[in-house]
Design a binder for this molecule. Structure first.
Ligand code: FMN
Length: 207
C-alpha cells in the first residue's frame, strides 16, 4: 500500500473560536470544496436503552450554533432507537483535509414546520420515495416497492406531495465536539470542546 498522507495543515490554536460550531463551519467549508457529497456524509450512531450500538451513514442537511440537522423516516430503526434513547455520536472523516470531527450529544426532532419546509424543496422523485419506503422494515422484492411508488405517484398526480407524517428532521445537539487534525510522525492535534452549562471549554488531547 502506498504511503498514506497523515498531515496537511496544523491546527492554529491561537485562532480557535470559542464555539465549536464556528470551527466546524470553517472545516466543513474547506471539506465541501474537496470531498465527495460536499463533505456532508457522516457516520451517525445511536444506542438502544440496553446499550446496543447501531451506526449508519446519513447526510448533514444544515448546521448552526445549536447543532446539525439531518432527515429520515421517524419509524426507521434509528428513529425508533432515538425515541427510546435520544442521544447520538457522529463522525465526519474528511481524508482530503486529513481531518476528523467527532460529536456526542442529545437528539431532538425538528418542528413539523421545519420538516415540511425542507421536504417541499426536495425533488419530486425523492418526495414520492419517502412515502413509498417503509424504511428499515422487511420487504419482499424491489418490484413491490416500485408498485408502491407507482400507486403513490398516482395518488399525488397533479398535486404537490405533502411531507409524510412519519418523515422529518432531527437536530443533533452536541455536548462534546472533538476536532482531529492529522500531524507528522503520528503527532496528531486534537482539540476538544465540552459544554459546561451554556459555556464551552476547550482542551487539548494527546493523539
Ligand atoms: C452516502 C449515504 C447517505 C445517506 N443519507 C441518508 C440520510 O440522509 N437519511 C437517511 O435516512 N438515510 C440515509 N442513508 C441510508 C442510511 O445509511 C441507512 O441505510 C438508512 O437510514 C436506514 O438506517 P436504519 O435502518 O438504521 O434506520 C444514506 C446512506 C449513504 C451511504
Amino acid at each position: 500500500m502506498a504511503d498514506l498522507q497523515w498531515h496537511a495543515e496544523r491546527l492554529d490554536w491561537d485562532s480557535l473560536p470559542g464555539q465549536p460550531m464556528d470551527l466546524f463551519g470553517r472545516w466543513h467549508g474547506a471539506a465541501a470544496e474537496t470531498e465527495p457529497w460536499h463533505g456532508a456524509a457522516m457516520q451517525l450512531a445511536c444506542a438502544t436503552k440496553d446499550g446496543m450500538p447501531s451506526a449508519r451513514t446519513v447526510l448533514m442537511r444544515g448546521f448552526g450554533e445549536d447543532g446539525i440537522q439531518f432527515f429520515t423516516n421517524y419509524e426507521s430503526r434509528k428513529g425508533q432507537i432515538f425515541d427510546e434513547n435520544p442521544v447520538f455520536a457522529a463522525v465526519f472523516w474528511w481524508p482530503s483535509q486529513v481531518r476528523q470531527v467527532r460529536m456526542e450529544g442529545r437528539v431532538a426532532r425538528l418542528s413539523r414546520a421545519a420538516s415540511d419546509a425542507y421536504f417541499a424543496g426536495r425533488p419530486r422523485g425523492s418526495q414520492l420515495g419517502a412515502w413509498s419506503s417503509p424504511q428499515s422494515q422487511t420487504i419482499g422484492d424491489l418490484a413491490s416497492l416500485r408498485q408502491r411508488y407507482a400507486a403513490i405517484e398516482k395518488a399525488f398526480s397533479g398535486k404537490p406531495v405533502a411531507c409524510p407524517p412519519f418523515w422529518g428532521g432531527y437536530l443533533l445537539e452536541p455536548l462534546r465536539v472533538e476536532f482531529w487534525q492529522g500531524g507528522q510522525d503520528r503527532l496528531h492535534d486534537r482539540a476538544l470542546y465540552e459544554k459546561d452549562g451554556a459555556c464551552w471549554t476547550l482542551t487539548r488531547l494527546a493523539p
